[in-house]
Design a protein around this ligand. Sequence first.
Ligand code: ADP
Ligand code: MG
Length: 143
Amino acid sequence: MIEIIETNSPEETDAIGRKLASQAEPGQVFTLIGDLGVGKTVFTQGFASGLNIDEPICSPTFTIVQVYDSGRLPFYHFDVYRIGDVEEMDEIGYEDYVYGDGVSLIEWANLIEEILPDHYTRITIEKDLEKGFDYRKITIEQI
Ligand code: ADP
Ligand code: MG
């Protein structure tokens, strides 16, 4: 199943994240793919809000994972951009999170494709400058 949503402002992208998270179930895994500046952090902030997490989201680029326990479900926010080798994911307890009872969201998940679970929700955000500077195409696929 593929769903495509188009947005024209950061607020609209935030709202998509919020809606998806409000429907998320324990153990569900989301991956988030898109170039720098496309809106991954905007989406993730909305996603956290949808889990009733009120804190600001900081990109865990250096720590790889950031855990938020203040929401409706535990939220595991990964940014694997700086990963050198997938074995580094073992060291941070990746499987305990991804196969645990919280909700995982993995930015740059294409870099760890071989260790993703069998089923997850893949979110891809893309620009199309012909449609305007603030246009974003958000593709949601069930893998
Ligand atoms: P990333 O985390 O992917 O590097 P950010 O979320 O930090 O990107 O930044 C996205 C930037 O694009 C923000 O400055 C945001 O205001 C802007 N922006 C413009 N239009 C949109 C849109 N439709 N959706 C999301 N962000 C948008
Ligand atoms: Mg970001």
